[in-house]
Design a protein around this ligand. Structure first.
Ligand SMILES: CSC[C@H]1O[C@@H](n2cnc3c(O)ncnc32)[C@H](O)[C@@H]1O
Ligand SMILES: [Zn+2]
Length: 446
């Protein structure tokens, strides 16, 4: 570029620090990001931006760090309406005695719409720009995310038994196929297949899910090896570990995302490695339900991609990915018995570039680089509880909370400005949430 070349941009963001994620382990000072349309036109020093760019709008963030929008790779968004409803229980009691009855009583299109909006408001406000959802009425979730301008992988549910979304596997697969066809070319929505777990989906629908995935090029996301009970029960019934059954049925592959993955032996690691399957780590849900510990460091050493998710707000109990990263980093150290396991930069990678890899979208998401989609967040590090700043990456993981996020852009469009959501009517949403909590409380006490 010569000194007299001036490039036009829509938005220029000046920030004190910038963590691009690619290259890894780098923090840059006094950078400018130029956005043109939906993409990042350039990431350059502010001096260089002064010389070579003219932007229609400039935003100065003198105490902030810019990084790629966070990617929450596993959740059940509308379950935010069940937050705090059934705490301090192990997974199967939580599901059988509380969550599944409540879903049977309350899940409808309007429940999903209001619960998903509540979750999107929390995720946007705390720095998430892309989320993955596995829940009922995926067509409602996809439309809401689209309307809000959020990116989402939306997995249609697949189970052996009836739910408010369908009568059984045949209907889920038929509706799911139609759902995929409707959304597969959308720039924001990634339709996917969500077989719930090995203990709720039998071989025949799993085989059909694999065929649908191959025919449409869509990902599969499944809860796998979540608890010791799941693995022991499968061994008792069939002599086979759940992941070995998944491998035999063709479920494992590079477009398959295995959520939780606690209770791991060497043969499990070999299968993940051989198939290129993705691991989605949900540390806070695993801790709260006492499900188990995921050997994240072992996976990483084996070259297995590990991304991160919150799970639903009913088992976490929030959707703040920054908090999740702090938990993940600390837990990884204890599990590996190594304080060097999962550094702050490596944790941030799990919520950005590794999430993008799990989605098969690392060519356009997950880092701040020229040509990538403009999904960007800004975190204000000026608060007393974040002082002094030696290393912004350290603060983001070990000291920060998502509430410090002040700005975000998705596809170049502002979503959070000065800490406020631009596209969700929060007071109106709160009224609807209050309505649901009154009804749920009433049913629980009757
Ligand atoms: C197929 S729709 C999703 C289904 O999954 C339930 N669920 C939520 N969290 C978990 C979890 O950690 N393990 C297993 N199942 C979970 C949710 O309530 C829906 O019924
Ligand atoms: Zn889950």
């Amino acid at each position: 570029m010569t000194a007299d070349t001036i490039t036009a941009a829509d938005i220029r963001i000046n920030a004190r620090w910038l963590i691009p994620m690619e290259p890894a382990n780098v923090v840059l000072d006094h950078q400018a990001v130029l956005i043109q349309g939906e993409r990042i036109a350039a990431v350059v020093s502010q001096e260089e931006a002064d010389v070579h760019f003219r932007a229609k709008e400039t935003i100065d963030l003198p105490d902030h760090v810019l990084l790629p929008g966070l990617i929450n790779m596993h959740g059940h968004a509308a379950m935010s309406l069940f937050r705090g409803m059934a705490d301090d229980l192990p997974l199967m009691t939580w599901l059988n005695d509380h969550i599944w009855p409540a879903e049977g009583a309350f899940v409808s299109e309007s429940f999903i719409a209001d619960g998903t909006q509540l979750a999107m408001a929390e995720m946007l406000r705390t720095g998430t720009t892309t989320f993955s959802d596995m829940y009922f009425f995926p067509e409602v979730v996809a439309q809401l995310a689209r309307d809000a301008g959020m990116r989402a992988q939306v997995c249609f549910p697949l189970l052996d038994f009836p739910t408010p979304w369908g009568s059984g596997p045949e209907e889920y697969l038929a509706k799911g196929e139609e759902f995929i066809r409707q959304w597969q070319d959308d720039p924001f929505i990634m339709p996917a297949i969500g077989p719930h777990a090995p203990y709720t989906v039998s071989d025949d629908p799993l085989t059909k899910a694999v065929a649908l995935s191959s025919a449409t090029g869509t990902s599969i996301q499944i809860h796998l090896h979540e608890t010791a009970f799941e693995v022991a029960d499968a061994l008792d019934r069939s002599g086979q570990r759940p992941i070995a059954r998944m491998a035999e049925l063709g479920v494992l592959g590079s477009t398959t995302q295995c959520v939780h993955m606690t209770q791991i032996d060497e043969s499990d690691i070999e299968l993940l490695k051989a198939t290129g399957a993705q691991v989605i780590h949900c540390p806070e849900s695993n801790l709260k339900l006492a499900s188990g510990l995921s050997p994240v460091q072992k996976f990483r050493e084996a070259g297995i991609n590990v991304a991160i998710g919150t799970d639903g707000a009913a088992s976490n109990n929030d959707l703040d990915l920054f908090g999740e990263l702090g938990t993940a980093a600390m837990l990884a150290k204890v599990v590996a018995d190594d304080a060097a396991a999962l550094s702050a930069h490596e944790a941030l990678a799990m919520a950005t570039i590794r999430g993008a890899q799990a989605l098969g979208r690392a060519h356009e998401l997950g880092s701040l680089e020229s040509g990538k989609l403009a999904d960007i967040i800004a975190v204000d590090l000026s608060d007393p509880f974040l002082q002094p700043v030696y290393d912004p990456a350290s603060h983001l993981v070990y000291s920060n909370q998502g509430r410090q996020v002040t700005h975000s852009w998705i596809n170049g469009v502002p979503q959070v400005q000065e800490g406020r959501l631009t596209r969700i009517d929060v007071p109106d949403l709160m009224l609807r949430v209050r309505g649901w909590s009154d009804r749920i409380r009433e049913q629980q006490t009757s």
